[in-house]
Design a protein around this ligand. Structure first.
Ligand code: NAD
Length: 253
């Protein structure tokens, strides 16, 4: 096991399950200490039980600035510094139907959850990271920002906004020693995705994939560790697609 993040402290939002939980485990595995936030108290309790005092958990709503700030303040209070912010949590509201019918409330709720949480994260994390020479922020985009397949316009537009936010955060905070990059996953086999699709549908997705398998939360977490580490020290303002090369060519020429 590598320990490239020994002595570093991370905050991960949406940490109780899926990609967030895999990110927490990978960051801990690489030697970091982690502040983990989520609205799911049971999921957080399972993480805390597994990793003891190397993880500090908080039940917070990251669609509020206070919720995000609680996590960042705790990194300073409990572990004395902040080096890594994985602004991971985002989601789809049921009213995010289509461009013509999605309600204003659906748009605003999605933006608070998926975009403002990352803005608030940068706002509060950068000054703290700067105190110890800098850090790395990792935001979450989605293939939905590039391909109109998700049929959830507010969610997809938020991911487009996240990509531009990432570019600007990297450009404006680089001289503070803070890099900012985003990951753009395609289809990731989380608990949430498993609950939406049956085995036959999932096998179909795997068969269409260029790598012949579906991306796992651990595939994404490995990239989080790389972007958090000094091995990616000159990578800034970038969006890294993690989609296994996309789909196999489906038309024979
Ligand atoms: P998930 O739905 O499996 O988990 C999200 C976590 O966030 C849950 O633990 C949930 O309890 C928590 N959460 C929900 N609302 C919250 C709130 N208001 N405050 C705090 N925590 C809250 O999500 P996931 O599939 O692991 O996705 C993680 C990120 O990756 C998201 O930004 C998502 O858009 C992105 N992504 C996922 C996929 C995929 O296929 N799973 C694809 C592309 C991008």
């Amino acid at each position: 096991m590598t320990q490239e993040l020994q002595g570093r402290v991370a905050v991960v939002t949406g940490a109780a399950r899926g990609i967030g939980a895999a990110s927490v485990r990978a960051l801990l595995g690489a030697g970091a200490k982690v502040v983990a936030g989520d609205i799911d108290a049971d999921g957080l309790a399972a993480l805390a039980g597994e990793y003891g005092d190397r993880v500090s958990t908080h039940v917070v709503d990251i669609s509020t600035e206070a919720g995000v700030k609680t996590l960042i303040d705790d990194a300073a209070k409990t572990f004395g510094r902040l080096d890594i912010l994985h602004s991971n949590a985002a989601g789809i509201v049921p009213e995010d139907t289509d461009v013509l019918t999605a309600t204003d409330d659906a748009w605003r709720a999605t933006f608070d959850f998926a975009v403002m949480a990352a803005v608030w994260g940068a706002r509060h994390a950068v000054p703290l990271m700067k105190q110890t020479g800098g850090g790395s922020i990792i935001n979450m985009s989605s293939g939905a920002a590039k391909f109109a397949t998700a049929a959830k316009p507010a969610y997809a537009a938020c991911k487009g906004a996240i990509e531009t936010l990432t570019l600007y955060t990297g450009a404006q905070c680089g001289t503070d020693g803070v890099r900012c990059n985003a990951l753009r996953p395609g289809f990731v086999l989380t608990e949430g995705i498993r609950s939406l699709f049956n085995e036959e549908q999932l096998a179909g997705v795997a068969a269409q994939s260029a790598l012949g398998r579906i991306c796992t939360p651990e595939d994404i977490a490995d990239a989080v560790v790389w972007l958090a580490s000094d091995a990616s020290g000159y990578i800034n303002g970038q969006v890294l697609a993690i989609d296994g090369g996309g789909m196999k060519p489906s038309i024979a020429w």
